[in-house]
Design a binder for this molecule. Structure first.
Ligand code: GTP
Length: 301
């Protein structure tokens, strides 16, 4: 079996129907959760399986309305995400047509996405007559060389399968990027890890050890409707462990409580959060240090 896997950046103005479309392509559970993510930080919005292809949809938070400095950084990151994607899908609304917002996106695409695979999806076709749709298609294709144009109604499901199948075939040959049994809760796992990381940052400020990462290792749905979440905070050195734990475990306890409260609010149910701090040295850096000392670490000398 030849498997395919890759990244798709779904871009468009707010309200274009991105969440609705993802719902259709990925499955309700994931998108309901990720709808709120639009305004947060997680990059992966959902993973769709189609035949032997795995399509990973990446988020473009705050792409077109940069207000504050943070937003501008996010826009840059979002474009980074779009530019790295195997395919970019621009979603527009049939009845609103080529708005100012769409024109801004088109000029950014022209500037940053030349040579990329970009397709157009005109959504909400249930709201317009055929001639309007044809005129819009012409107008859009005159403005940018889209590889394909899809006409869809995300809400009613028209044309969504065609788009998904096309994307599936457009993915590069590759092993799957995520194990199938993790796909459903992958975005939630990442969001949960981000929340803990944010609480650590808030608490430690500049003391926050570099190379600190948070991973959600285990996620268990309990019969009583609550979730048990186990996370590991990885630090690069033993000394960093003490900083994260704090005196008598004070810091990690406060972080855990704050993260749990935010998760409970986000998920609308009870959460049991367990944090562990582990040292995971940066092997590459270690290897380089050894190499500098004349030892070839990688050969096991
Ligand atoms: N008529 C019609 N309405 C649609 C269609 N697809 C989405 N909508 C509606 O458009 C609105 C916006 O859809 P969302 O999926 O929330 O849009 P979004 O792009 O994710 O919005 P943001 O999260 O704000 O960026 C909702 O009220 C949807 O019900 C469609 O095919 N036809």
């Amino acid at each position: 079996m030849t498997t395919r896997a890759g990244f798709v950046a779904l871009i468009g103005e707010p309200n274009a129907g991105k969440s609705t479309l993802l719902n259709r392509m990925v499955g309700a559970k994931v998108s309901i959760v990720t709808h709120k993510v639009q305004t947060t930080r997680a990059r992966i919005r959902g993973v769709a399986m189609a035949g032997d292809s795995q399509i990973v949809f990446v988020d473009t938070p705050g792409l077109f309305r940069p207000r504050r400095r943070l937003d501008r950084a996010m826009v840059a990151a979002a474009w980074g995400g779009a530019a790295d994607a195997d395919v970019i899908v621009l979603l527009i609304e049939a009845h609103r047509g080529k708005t100012d917002g769409v024109e801004t996106i088109l000029s950014t695409l022209t500037e940053k996405a030349t040579g990329r695979r970009v397709v157009l999806a005109i959504n909400k076709i249930d709201r317009v007559e055929a001639p309007v749709l044809l005129k819009l298609t012409e107008e859009m294709n005159a403005a940018f060389p889209f590889e394909r144009t899809f006409m869809i109604s995300a809400e009613r499901g028209y044309g969504v399968e065609d788009l998904r199948d096309w994307l599936a075939a457009a993915m590069p040959e590759s092993p799957w990027l995520y194990p199938e049994d993790q796909i459903a809760d992958l975005p939630m796992r990442m969001i949960a890890a981000e929340m803990t990381r944010e609480k650590l940052t808030l608490r430690l400020h500049e003391e926050l050890p570099y190379q600190l990462t948070v991973e959600t290792e285990h996620w268990e749905e309990r019969k009583d409707g609550s979730a048990r979440i186990d996370q590991v905070v990885y630090v690069a050195r033993d000394g960093h462990k003490g900083i994260v734990l704090g005196k008598g475990g004070e810091t990690i306890k406060a972080v855990s409580k704050a993260a749990r409260e935010e998760l409970e609010e986000f998920m609308g149910r009870r959460v049991h959060l367990f944090l562990q701090v582990k040292v995971r040295p940066n092997w590459l850096e270690e290897a380089e240090r050894y190499t500098e000392m004349g030892l070839d670490f990688r050969d096991g000398n």
